[in-house]
Ligand binder design. Structure first.
Ligand code: SF4
Length: 342
C-alpha cells in the first residue's frame, strides 16, 4: 500500500541534506542516514544507533523507510535466486541473484513489463505497465545484497531484467548515481552493465554521464530486416546507424554484443559469418546466449552442435566469443524469461 510519507530511498544525498536541514537536523545526519542505508544496509531507523533516539523518531515520522517487500523467492540448486518484489501500487517485478565462483551477478529490472515486445522475450508479452522509480531500482540492489550477507565476493550489476533501461533513463540515472557514489552503494561503475536494444540519443547520454559503465548491445540478428522481425524497435533504430555509432565511439571497455541464438532463425554458419562482417572494426566481444525456451513463445534453442558451430565461425574471424548457457532456467529466471502476471 502507498505510504503518505516520502520514501527515503527516493532521496539523493543532496535532497536529503536539504530536507533534514530544513527540519532542524544536524548537518551530518543525512550522511549518517546514507551510511546506514547504503553501506550497512540497515533500513530501519530504530537501529541507527549513532543517531539520537529523538532524531530517529523524527526520521521515522518524516519518511517511509525500508526496501520494497520480497513476496516470494525461488531458488535453484546452483544458488540462483529469483525474487518477486511487491511495489507500493500493487504491481510486481522480478529481480535475480546469480551466484558464481568468485563473484555474483545481480540482474536488475528497470520497468514493470516492457513496451518493446521483442518476439523471443517473455517480459515483452506483458506490455509496459510503468517505469520503476530510482528508489525501486536501488531497493533491488539492497535486497540482493542483504541476501548475500557478509559474503565478500565481488558483485556485478547488470541491467538486463525486466524492461529497456534506456527508456527509463530519468530514473536509471539517479539510481546509477546512488549505486556508484562513495556515499551510496560505492559499487565501481566498471562492475555495472547496462543492456540495451540501442536507443541512440539516450545511449550517447549514458556514455557521457557514466563513461565507465559497460554497455551491452542486444543485437540478435546479422541484418536489419531479420532484426526488425525479432525486435520491432529495429524498425525505428536502424542497425546500420547503431553500428556506425559503435564504430565511431571510443570507449574504455569493449562493447558487449548479446546474440540470443534461436534455432532455424539466426543460428546458421552463414549468419555467423555475416555477423562477423557486421562487427568488423568494432572492439567488441560477443555473448552467445542459447535461447531459454518459454512455452508461450514460438522459438527453440539450437542444439549444442549448432551453437558450437556458430561460435567457431565467429572465433575463426577473430572475434572474442563467450557462450552463456543461462543459469536459473529451472526457475524461469534466465535471460528473457522474467514475466509477472498481475
Ligand atoms: S528483450 Fe529487453 S527490450 Fe526486448 S522486450 Fe524483453 S525486456 Fe524489452
Amino acid at each position: 500500500m502507498k505510504s503518505e510519507k516520502p520514501w527515503i530511498l527516493e532521496r539523493s544525498i543532496r535532497k536529503l541534506q536539504e530536507e533534514l536541514h530544513a527540519a532542524g537536523f544536524r548537518p551530518y545526519t543525512a550522511r549518517q542516514v546514507f551510511q546506514w542505508i547504503y553501506q550497512k544496509n540497515i533500513q530501519q531507523p530504530a537501529a541507527w544507533s549513532n543517531i539520537g533516539k529523538e532524531d530517529r523518531e523524527k526520521l521515522s515520522a518524516l519518511y517511509e523507510c525500508g526496501c520494497r517487500p520480497v513476496l516470494s523467492v525461488q531458488r535453484d540448486d546452483q544458488g540462483t535466486c529469483k525474487f518477486l518484489i511487491g511495489l507500493a501500487d500493487g504491481l510486481k517485478i522480478e529481480t535475480v541473484l546469480i551466484r558464481e565462483k568468485g563473484h555474483h551477478t545481480f540482474c536488475l529490472s528497470t520497468q514493470v513489463g516492457c513496451a518493446l515486445a521483442c518476439r523471443f522475450c517473455a517480459t515483452g508479452t506483458m506490455g509496459l505497465r510503468r517505469n520503476l522509480s530510482a528508489g525501486e531500482i536501488v531497493s533491488q540492489v539492497l535486497t540482493l545484497k542483504k541476501e548475500l550477507g557478509e559474503d565478500g565476493a565481488k558483485v556485478n550489476l547488470v541491467f538486463m531484467g525486466m524492461g529497456e533501461p534506456l527508456l527509463n533513463y530519468a530514473n536509471l540515472k539517479p539510481a546509477l548515481q546512488r549505486i556508484t557514489a562513495a556515499e551510496g552503494l560505492n559499487i565501481s561503475p566498471r562492475h555495472v552493465t547496462v543492456s540495451t536494444v540501442g536507443i541512440l540519443d539516450i545511449l550517447a547520454q549514458l556514455e557521457i554521464d557514466f563513461p565507465q559503465v559497460k554497455v551491452a548491445f542486444s543485437l540478435n540478428a546479422p541484418e536489419n530486416e531479420l532484426r526488425a522481425k525479432l525486435m520491432p524497435v529495429s524498425q525505428r533504430e536502424d542497425l546500420g546507424t547503431l553500428l556506425a555509432y559503435f564504430k565511431a565511439k571510443k570507449r574504455r571497455q569493449r562493447l558487449t554484443c548479446e546474440y540470443v541464438l534461436l534455432r532455424g532463425v539466426n543460428d546458421s554458419p552463414i549468419q555467423a559469418r555475416a555477423l562477423a562482417r557486421l562487427l568488423h572494426g568494432i572492439p567488441a566481444k560477443v555473448n552467445l546466449i542459447p535461447y531459454n525456451e518459454n512455452p508461450s513463445l514460438p522459438f527453440q534453442c539450437p542444439g549444442e552442435e549448432a551453437v558450437e558451430a556458430f561460435r567457431a565461425e565467429l572465433v575463426r574471424r577473430g572475434l572474442t566469443v563467450v557462450t552463456r548457457w543461462s543459469k536459473g532456467q529451472s526457475i524461469s529466471s534466465a535471460c528473457g524469461q522474467l514475466v509477472v502476471r498481475m
